[in-house]
Design a protein around this ligand. Sequence first.
Ligand code: FRU
Length: 553
Amino acid sequence: MIASILCLSAQAGNTSPLLLGNNHAMKRVSVTQRYILLPVQEREDYASIRVLANNQQVQTLNVKLAVDKVDYYVPLDLQRFGINEILLDITFHGDRRFTGAMKDFICWNEMKQSNSFEPKKEEKYNPVYHHTPVYGWMNDPNGMFYKDGVYHLFYQWNPYGSQWENMTWGHSTSRDLIHWEAQPTAIEPDALGSIFSGSCVVDKKNNRVVALYTSDGNKTQVQSMAVSTDGGQTFKKYAGNPVLVSTEADFRDPKAFWNPEVQKWNLILAAGQEMRIYSSADLMDWKYESSFGTGLGCHDGVWECPDLIKLQVRGTDKQKWLLICNINPGGPFGGSATQYFVGEFDGHKFTCEHTDTRWMDYGKDHYATVTFDNAPDGRHIAIAWMSNWQYANQVPTKQFRNANSVPRDLDLFEYQGQTYCGVTPSRELLALRSKTTNKLPQAGEIVVDLKGSAEITLSNQIGEQIVLNYDAKGKTFAMDRTRNYASFSENFPCKTVAPVYGDIRQFRIFIDRSSIEVFDAEGRMSMTNLVFPQEPYNNIKVVGGKATMYEFK
Ligand code: FRU
């Protein structure tokens, strides 16, 4: 009896794994601190981990556990299980499992416990004023809403690695759309699947915030609902999930909104190559209304992340609807991009008024664009994920991967008898301007006043350069990032070109450590591109215009 107790406790403290086969092992962990830090090696295959507590499975996650080199660590919170000992049941995938070398994988010795987790902040491409997760992978912005002076931004997040996996809703809040504070994880994977993109609405009548999101299960996508009664800080999943199902394989990214014209909630979601529109009185029971998309716009990829908003046409008393349709691949420069349609919507059916394909932003790194629910002053504020699915998993950062664009206000403008989407940097960005500087900032804004064609070149000593070219006669604006570091992906080097609707008199160029966003100050052209200069650009040459530069802190 005494012998067996001793043996058990020795095992509990033992760091060596219990080997169960070529690719299967268990690791007992006696919980002494809040987190276990899991070592990650990005080029390895995923290992599936089942966390067992008291012989119950309490969590599953996929982590690229380090085999012979540690790229970085990710924290698994042990405290939440409220137990002294857990068992990690680990299955390794990929080629390594045939080598019989599992016992020598360095992950066994590198798993460490700690009461804190401090992700390294000092990465050279970590943006200064763009939203990023504190650590880990991020894609689409999700469920953005405004309430009681606070903007809430949720996002597709992998808390266990800097590449896409384990989709969870991360959460950040801000009072000015620029300075974001990290909040506890909002919605975690469950038995219906991982938590894909979706939206939140402020349900004023019932004093609650409701999230509608896609549960991505094993080859099925269904829509689920979660409710917050504390202003979006915590969510409780609805016990009757799912609330909307289909036989369609790609059926996701619900965006709900209150439509005062029909006194109902509407919802738009992506189903393969079309957008489907629904209505509901209670956000739970959804009635199919119509589908949109056949024969219109670009169909060279899967339609994703829709939005549907009513906007003012500048300088008129007209209002029209804008249907946002993100598509991957099929973008104008390869990979993912945001197209849009202008038209009418009567609560049941969206009718597009044009036949040409239109892009909201003519850069290569602008995707999954959606708007905030309930934004103040009737504003329609959009944020885009600032990357492209062609290389988002490979860009040269480590402890975190990917950032969001600066916030932009959307409206509509008319040009030569057509109505287009206007994109203007949100006014909160003006507050970042401090003193002007003569030195090209690493993080700041360059305002260029011009009278006609112009060329702006940013460069560094090692010959990397970005060339921005405005051709007033040809009515195009272009950004060339071909002479830059790009060894992580052959799809990265590119020259992006935008049509220009009317003369541009001023450019606003937002530069951060790894991105450049260019806007026509009047909001008729935007171009968002990533850049990874090996040394900061420290030289600017402007031909045909005058630049004023502001450094942002
Ligand atoms: C778009 C997307 C969505 C999906 C999410 C998964 O980037 O593919 O359609 O919900 O990412 O992370």
